[in-house]
Each structure stands twice: as C-alpha cells, then as structure tokens.
Write a protein that binds this ligand. Structure first.
Ligand code: 3H9
Length: 711
C-alpha cells in the first residue's frame, strides 16, 4: 500500500517549491494516515533548506472533502486535526492550498489554516458538519468568521450548504481565482506554483493565524450578538430538537468575544460533545445509509453496466406525471409526455410551465435553465410517438385494468429494449409486467409527491425484472439527484406499507379518544416534520380511502382506518373540501381544530362499541405510531422486501419527514434497544387484544441473540 501523503521536494519548474501530494481516494478524507502524513511532510519541508514554499495539492476528483467520517465511531487517534492545522499554519514557509472539487469540513478548515488559497472556478467550499450532527472541529467556527465575517460564517456553518468560490469572491477567502474549471487540474497546479513563486519574489511571509484580526468595536459587537440571536431563533424552529446548529452559533459567537486560542479550545469541546451524541451517531448513520442504497446486492460476479437513457416518456400529465417529467428534464433528459386528449395535455404542460416559473421566481432556477428544461418536454396523444424512447414511466390512474391496458399498448409500440416502469404506489407490479411480452424489462419507479422536489425514489424489482433493468433504473434515479432504494413487490412496497401501520394507529387513537391535534402535536413534538392527520388532510383523505377500498388484502375490521373512512363518507376529504380531521379557512387555507370532526369521530367510536378514555398521553401516541413502524419494518426485512435495515431508514428520512437526528425508524429501534421495543409491542398487544401488534419474529430472534437490527 502506498502512503496517502507524499512530499515532492521540487515542483516542476520551481526548485524551491515543494508539493505535499495527497492521494486518498475516493474523496481524500483526512484519515489518520493522511493527518500523520501531512505533519511529517510539513516537518520534512521545514527542515529542507532548499524548500521556500509549500503547495498542498490533491489527486483524484477533489481537494480534501473533510474528516474521515468512518473514524468518528472509533477511538480517536493522534494527531488530531487541530494539531495538523496548527502545524500547517505555524510553518515558517508559506503554505498554499490548491483548491478544486468539493472542499468540505476539515478540508475547508485545512485550506483556511494555510497561508494562501488558490482555486479553480466551480470549486465548492462548505462546512457541512451540522448535517452530521457536528460542528466544525478544527477551527472552522473561528477562522471563517475572522477571515470572512460573522454573517457568512453563521450562514455557511448553520446551513451546512457549500457555496461556489465565485459567490464568495468578495469575502477574502480565495487569494487567487484561476479562470479554468477543475477539468484542467494540471493548469491548477501550474498556476498555484506560479502564485507561490510570485509570493517568494515579493517576499511575502507566512500568515500566522493568531495575527488574523477580529477586533470589533462595541457597536459592531452588539450587531454581531444580535445576528447570532436571530440565527438561534430561526434554527430553533427550522432544526427543531437539533443540538449541533445551536452549538455552532455559540462557538461562532466566541470568535468575537474570546481570544483565538481560548475560542479554539471551546470549539473543540463543543465538537467532542457533538461527536459523542446520539444525534450525531444517527446522522452519520443516515449519511452512510444513503450511500449504501446505491449498492445493489448482485447474485452473480458480474455487475451490469447501466444502459444510457437519453429519451423517456411519461404516461399521464397530472400532478404526478408532470413532476416526474420535470425530474427528467432537470437531469437533461428529453421527455415525451402522453395524455389521452389535447386539452389534458395542454393543461399538464401549462402546469409544468407554472411550476418552473415559480422555481425561477424563487431564485431556485435560472431563466436559462428553465428554458432548457421546457425545451426538453414535448407532448403527444399518440402512443406511436413513443416508439424510440429508452424508458417509459407510467403515472396513470391507480387501477390494475388501466395499468395493464397501458403496459400492453406500450409493449406493442416501444422498441424491444425499452424499459417500462410504473409509478404505482400500491399495485402488484408482477401483475402489470404480465401484460407485456418483456416482463424482465418492467420495473417500478415509485416517485413521491411533489416528484420534482422529494428526494426519494423506490425502485421496485418484480420477480421478473432483470439485473440490467434494475441497475439502469437505479442509475437513472441517481442522475435525477434522487436517493434510489431498491425494494421488492408487496402491497405499498416499503414506505407506504409501513405508513399504513403508522396511520392505522393514528386513526385508532382518535377512536379511543385522542383529538387530531393531540395526535399531531405529539408527533411533531417527537420530531416528525408534520403530524400524520394534517398530512392526510393535505394529500386528501379520499386517496387512501380509495386505495383501501380497492385492496383485497385489507383487514376485515371496521375500526381499521375507521375515523378516516367515516370522514370521507361524510364528505370531509381534507384541505380540498376545507374540512377533514381539521377545518380550513376558505380564503387562507389556515388549519384549525374542528369540534364537528371530533363529534363525528366520537359518535363513530360509540357506534363501533369502542370505549373512549381521556388518559392518552403523548408518550403513548409516540410509541404506538413509531413502534408500529419499527415492527412492520422488521417484517419487511424478514420477507426481504428491503435488503437492509439502513435502506428502510433512507426511505423514511427522504420520503416521510422522519427526523434525521433520530436516524430512521430502524436506527432508532437500535438506539433505544430491542428489549424496550419488544416489551412495549407486547404490552400494546395485550392492551388492544388485536392482531396488529404481533411482534415480528425477527425482533424476537435478534433480541434472543443479543443483536441489533443493524448487525
Ligand atoms: C468534518 O470534516 C469534521 C471536521 O470539522 C473536524 C474534525 C476534527 N469520510 O458521495 P459520494 C465516501 S466532518 C469518509 O458517492 P460524490 C462515501 O461514503 C466531514 N468517507 O461521491 C462514498 O463511499 P462508497 C465533513 C467519505 O462524488 C465515497 O466516498 N465532510 C467521506 O457524489 C464517494 O462519495 C462531509 O460531510 C468522508 N468525509 O460526492 C463531506 N465523504 O463509494 C461528505 C465521502 O464506499 N461527503 N465519503 O459508497 C460528501 O458530501 C460527498 O461524498 C462529496 C462527493 C460531495 C464529497
């Protein structure tokens, strides 16, 4: 194994300039070997009299993208990153970082510790630590505000969002911006060496960090405190329940109240506390769970290469079909949108144009990008126009006869190698595939609404889908920026099947005497983005009602979704009728509790012979909804509908607003312990006496073996 860090004592055409060459694929993370290697290289360069300046340069696709996240769960090993950065900064010879790619976390901190920074256009700089439940732990909260100001530091550190160097031009972070992009890395190296030569010619010395100014007068200090408070208040709502953003603000505040060395010590304390927290463990789990979804379990040795998809068709120009068409267009793929009539088609395309206009108005997309996307979308009412597309996604009505008829028609007109995908949320895709002569090329691509916004894509393999088709659908998802998770066929697949158990308990609790706002508040308090009943009102209670009516596997139990079904039959469909579990103001759509709904639910409970109680606690609501999810997730794993527990977590994090700092339902189960989970499920089974609370055998088995779900 070659060392990941090498000192090249003489750069091309510059005898007195050394290069510290870092080569640690895939993203040059600051693993222990890299940290040690950098210290050794700096020491060696300092001792070498022939070396006058040092360029830090990386091989591969990016400059250092941060600390090695895999090491965070292990015993920390010296040298720690702050020590490495201090060594770089206190080096008596100028150190210059040559930046390209995604310069993130510890990578950006290392660059800030260098005396100078050179970058190519398009380089992204960021401190994404909060997305991992951390704060920058090697000077980021001190160096960034000192170099670029408190406001930028607060924005970048608390959002975790990287920014392009061009956007940061006026902040004094980059000393020299090269007018090429990272595709020309040799040019970056040549220009950085030239920059170093010029520094030496002009006799520029090292810029030791302790000399960085951060002197604010009392007025400026007051303004900076106020800004910190504004961020605190904003993030208390936006990142509800998360520790890291608040710790980051505290640490940034130290940058103008404490001397650098003291503030650095405090930063490290905050970092270490965050690193050891359950929140950070859960968020690191989420990071790797999302990366893992892309790794398909292949039965053979050969891994199929995805087919290149350059043109697609979408059947149905409704809200879902339109959103799916936008996903393809956004990824630069041409889309043919098929509708039954010209008027429906015109309506669908107009709706897409409106959504793009909104994106442009909000500054999410440029006019140029909107025009490019719209130019990629064409409409047709003729199936023959789909003869040459590489892939079709059907997003038509959710009934088996309609889907089978569409697939049979597609099979006749599409080229033999075309992939035929269905966006069905519940229906048996094995049955849909049978309507074609190419069942191996049929797959589910289950988008979540709004399709152009939601990150999740369930890629559903039928029992006929071949590896090539599955790999292609997964790769296409990635190209569209989705978290694609491969799952197998069952009613509702992974996400909606679990959601049915969650919704079932929410509805049951209403019949038992909880109010809609009590259920929703308890779940929001627990960390969900929205309460289940408010979500149901938003999407339309009738959608689930119709799906349950069509489901032949639906339990023969009038209490099952009894409250929701009764409300639909009473004409209360949710926001669209201004009445559902709540009432909605006709003008503003503002939600408020509705006594009429509560009366209807209570009367229905009496009709069903359910004795209501007034002792339902928030804890009971939270446990019943979340443990129902965990139990169903365990059945799903046992039945191999999902390949890994972490895939289930990725689905819930990206499709259902599960709080990231709790890592997903299966991660959460491991965190609280299977003993508690199993004992509580058994208690609910005893209390309810119904069959919904049968403990999944997998949970019992893991508990008996002393294992976790993630093992
Ligand atoms: C930090 O720096 C703390 C410091 O402040 C203080 C320390 C004291 N470590 O995403 P990709 C792996 S916190 C380990 O598919 P892309 C990833 O798992 C860190 N592994 O590529 C995957 O592995 P595999 C702050 C990492 O081109 C492979 O690399 N930094 C790390 O689409 C390729 O990843 C971050 O949070 C890592 N840091 O995107 C950056 N990063 O092939 C996190 C990646 O086995 N990383 N891997 O599945 C990213 O945002 C993206 O990976 C990046 C590349 C944009 C860099």
């Amino acid at each position: 194994m070659t060392a990941p860090v090498r000192l090249i004592p003489t750069a091309p055409n510059a005898d007195n300039i050394a290069i510290i060459n870092i080569d640690n694929p895939p993203v040059n993370a600051l693993s222990h070997a890299v940290r040690q290697g950098v210290i050794d290289a700096i020491t060696q360069a300092e001792q070498d009299e022939n070396i006058a300046a040092i360029v830090i340069y990386c091989q591969g696709k990016t400059f250092i993208a941060g600390a090695d996240i895999k090491e965070f769960g292990k015993t920390p090993k010296e040298p720690h990153l702050p020590e490495v950065l201090q060594r770089i900064n206190q080096c008596s010879k100028p150190t210059i970082a040559a930046l390209f790619g995604t310069v993130l976390g510890g990578g950006f901190e290392l660059a800030l510790a260098c005396h100078y920074r050179v970058a190519v256009r398009g380089t992204k700089l960021g401190l994404p630590e909060v997305t991992l439940g951390l704060i920058p732990g090697a000077g980021g909260t001190q160096l960034l505000p000192r170099i670029a100001g408190v406001e930028l530091a607060l924005t970048m550190i608390t959002s975790g969002k990287p920014q392009k160097v061009e956007q940061l031009d006026s902040y004094g972070i980059i000393d020299f911006l090269i007018n090429t992009d990272s595709s020309n890395k040799e040019h970056l190296l040549t220009e950085t060496i030239l920059f170093a030569k010029q520094l030496l010619e002009k006799n520029h010395a090292s810029k030791i960090i302790t000399q960085l100014p951060m002197i604010l007068d009392s007025e400026q200090k007051e303004a900076a405190h106020l800004l910190c408070q504004q961020f605190r208040d904003k993030l208390a709502k936006k990142s509800r329940g998360q520790q890291a953003p608040q710790s980051a603000i505290n640490s940034i505040e130290n940058s103008f109240t404490l001397p650098l060395n003291e503030a650095m010590v405090k930063e490290r304390e905050y970092f270490v506390a965050c690193r050891g927290s359950t929140q950070s463990r859960a968020m690191r789990h989420a990071f790797f769970a999302e990366k893992m979804t892309a790794k398909l379990m292949h039965s053979g040795d050969t891994k199929p290469t995805p087919t290149d998809i350059t043109s697609v068709a979408v059947i149905g120009a409704g809200t879902m079909g339109g959103g799916i068409a936008m996903c393809f267009a956004n990824a630069g793929i041409s889309v043919s949108l098929l509708e039954m009539s010209q008027s429906n088609l015109a309506k669908g395309i107009n709706a897409i144009a409106k959504r793009y206009q909104q994106a442009e108005a909000r500054g999410i997309m440029t006019k140029q990008k909107v025009n490019q996307c719209m130019a990629l979308i064409t409409g047709t009412c003729d199936y023959q126009d789909l003869a040459q597309v590489d892939l079709v996604v059907e997003a038509a009505f959710e009934t088996m006869p309609v889907k089978q008829q569409i697939f049979s028609q597609l099979d006749k007109v599409c080229k033999p190698e075309a992939i035929l995908a269905s966006n069905t949320s519940y229906l048996d895709i094995d049955e849909i595939a049978k309507a074609t002569t190419r069942p191996e090329k049929v797959v589910g691509m289950h988008f979540f609404s709004p399709a152009n916004i939601m990150k999740l894509l369930e890629v559903v393999a039928t029992k006929y889908t071949d590896a090539q088709t599955l790999t292609t659908a997964m790769a296409l998802g990635k190209k569209m920026g989705k978290i694609s998770v491969a799952v197998k066929v069952c009613y509702g697949f992974v996400g909606n099947r679990m959601y049915a158990c969650y919704g079932r308990e929410a509805n049951m609790l209403l019949l038992e005497g909880a109010t809609p706002q009590q259920v929703d508040n308890a779940m929001v308090q627990w960390g969900m983005a929205m309460g289940p009943l408010a979500v149901n009102d938003m999407s339309g209670i009738d959608i689930g009602y119709q799906a349950r009516q069509a489901n032949t596997e639906r339990p023969d139990d009038p209490t099952y979704f009894g409250a929701a079904d009764m409300l639909v039959e009473a004409g209360r469909l949710g926001q669209k009728t201004h009445a559902g579990f709540y009432q909605y103001d006709e003008k503003t759509n503002k939600r408020s509790p509705d006594d009429a709904a509560i009366k209807l639910i209570n009367a229905h409970a009496t009709k069903l012979g359910i004795k209501q109680r007034n002792d339902i606690s928030d804890e009971e609501i939270q446990q019943r909804l979340i443990f129902a999810l965990i139990n169903e997730g365990a059945y799903i794993l046992e039945q191999k509908i999902a390949s890994r527990a972490s895939d289930i977590d990725a689905i819930w994090l990206n499709g259902y607003g599960f709080p990231r700092h709790l890592g997903g339902p299966m991660c959460y189960a491991d965190e609280i312990g299977l003993e508690t989970v199993v004992a509580t499920i058994k208690k609910f089974q005893q209390q309810s006496g119904n069959t919904y609370w049968q403990v999944a055998p997998l949970l019992e088995q893991l508990l008996a073996q002393g294992k976790k779900i993630s093992d």
